[in-house]
Design a protein around this ligand. Structure first.
Ligand code: ATP
Ligand code: MG
Length: 272
């Protein structure tokens, strides 16, 4: 039994837990549909823990826990956690950066002098990946969906700028997507595979988020964009799409190891 501090970010899909163990931070993940598992794990693993909660499901979890808990605003917790993780990895991003959290939905923030301001978001996020993939493939398991996406060819589904500009040099990079899911000429001749479709869904999500972030970065005169959220878990395709698309837009992308636990880490360190 540990006497420990615990930070919990109970989100729309996943519950992220960060807890102190000697001088280390440890992580644990649960489904938001199985809050009882979180409760029994805490009861069996900790003795009088100090708990700080954040995220949309925090109140439901607090009611089930029947233990004293503190609370921190989700966006502040996330920003605190990101700053902590950046420092741990000795990453210094300058005066300001854009922070995009691709969770169930996507939230976008400007972080300046350690303070965050939410500047926008989009309903296109990890939940979109789950929902559209389910509609197209009948699969509900995240790991399985990502596995299927690995063999996908987006060229069978999406239309690039270079597909439109035939015989002339396009005014913008030919590698940019002109229309996600817009390659109707090819789609109608040759039905795409499940892998092609899921890879293109990931493309749609990644490129939508990058586009909003790039505009936000220009507005706030920032060069760096930090991407976090569980949608990146074991998801190299999303990471690559976002990396390449951000660089194509002349900004610097950063991905944090354990970045999906930022909110939980922020809640944890706010206890100290
Ligand atoms: N094991 C998993 N089960 C379900 N979804 C997963 C899993 N691993 C990764 N994901 C992806 O992560 C997304 C959820 O990300 P995250 O945990 O950051 O969001 P959240 O905090 O629960 O939601 P929000 O912040 O919007 O309330 C899912 O929509 C899915 O795309
Ligand atoms: Mg979240």
């Amino acid at each position: 039994m540990n006497h420990s501090n615990i930070g919990i970010d109970a989100g729309g899909t996943l519950v992220k837990v960060a807890y102190s163990n000697k001088d280390l931070i440890k992580y644990k993940l649960f489904s938001s549909h199985r809050l009882d598992e979180v409760v029994s794990w805490i009861r069996s693993s900790f003795h009088h823990p100090e708990i700080c909660l954040t995220g949309g499901k925090q109140q439901v979890l607090a009611n089930k826990l029947e233990l004293p808990t503190r609370s921190i605003l989700e966006f502040d917790a996330t920003c605190k956690g990101v700053a902590f993780i950046l420092k741990q990895h000795q990453l210094f991003l300058g005066d300001s950066y854009i922070l995009a959290n691709i969770g169930t939905g996507t939230s976008i923030h400007i972080v300046k002098n350690g303070e965050q301001q939410r500047i926008g978001g989009t309903g296109v996020g990890g939940g979109t990946l789950m929902g559209l993939s389910y509609l197209y493939s009948g699969k509900k398991d995240f790991t399985e969906i990502i596995q299927i996406s690995r063999d996908g060819n987006r060229g069978n589904v999406d239309l690039k700028v270079s597909d439109i500009f035939e015989g002339v040099v396009p005014p913008i990079s030919g590698d940019l997507t002109a229309s996600n899911f817009g390659n109707i000429g090819k789609l109608s001749k040759e039905p795409p595979s499940q892998s092609d479709i899921i890879a293109s869904i990931i493309g749609l999500i990644g490129e939508t988020v990058v586009t909003i972030c790039e505009q936000a970065a220009n507005r706030f005169d920032s060069q760096s964009i930090v991407y976090i959220g569980s949608t990146f878990r074991s998801n190299p395709i999303l990471k690559n799409i976002i990396k390449e698309y951000t660089e194509m837009r002349k900004k610097k992308p950063f991905f944090l190891e354990e970045g999906e636990f930022s909110g939980a880490v922020g809640a944890l360190i706010s206890l100290k």
